[in-house]
Write a protein that binds this ligand. Sequence first.
Ligand code: BJW
Length: 258
Amino acid sequence: MKPHPSSNPDDTLTRVAELLRRAHHVVVLTGAGISAESGVPTFRDAQTGLWARYSPEELATPQAFARRPHLVWAWYQWRRTLIRQATPNPGHLALVEIERRVPHFTLITQNVDGLHRQAGSRHVVELHGNIMRTICSREGTVVERWSQPEGEEPPACPRCGAYLRPDVVWFGETLPPDALQAAIEATATADLFFSVGTSAVVQPAASLPVEAVRHGATLVEVNLEPTPVTPFAHYVLTGPAGTVLPALVRAAWPAPAP
Ligand code: BJW
């Protein structure tokens, strides 16, 4: 049964901390919001500067890449540069701490920035790929080296000559089957599920929190604002993930007095 939401955020934090201490399998779904405090722009906040004219739906599609490969490649080059400069923030680090302390932990991320692994998270399921890997757009094979100098045009596959592209999942493409299967299985066995920093509008990831509730998990949402998942959440922790998640870890496992 869904508990009555408390109007006192400290009460909510205390209750969620208690659930976290007792949980058996904690599953966390993250979105771009958790990396925002590392300086990686989210998708549905206005894109900045040069890219303000485009929405992700216009750039992150196979059709966009076929029509304007140079534009899509340049967008990814810009994002790769930002991500190379980014480091994990306290939100990423709090999830590492939770993984260390609970019996079973699965981190399902929609992010392609690799910051969870960089922070030290071990059991990470990357649903939408990884921006730092490059694949051949025709063969789908990972390509690590190519001779063409970096420019605006996408480089060509050294084997078949097709354009190279980032190893990410675009709209209309299927998710990596192993990752999707792992996410579905973890969701079905979670007793505590967190939806963190995602607008929860992109399928199939957006269905996972609701599926977790259907399987009996307690759902906690961490976000700056309500999302389509909010009505299903048992607890809502409103605020930046980089503040809320470390506070939750401190409340669940207080440091012993010196
Ligand atoms: C903070 C914060 C702070 C900020 N602290 N919080 C069913 C119904 C309708 C449509 C579909 C459907 N099934 C499939 C579709 C089509 C489509 C889809 O979902 N479309 C919707 C837009 C309607 N899905 C697909 O095409 C998927 N493929 C698929 O399902 O294949 C089978 C199929 C195909 C076609 C038809 C039917 C079946 C593939 C989806 C791939 C998504 N790819 C992208 C790009 C990845 C590569 C790249 O990075 O460039 O993934 S799009 C983009 O959105 C990216 C993200 O991972 C994803 C989700 O975004 P996210 O992470 O939630 O970010 P934001 O910006 O939206 O939200 C940030 C949130 O953080 C906000 O809520 C803030 O408030 C919050 N926040 N600061 C806490 N400090």
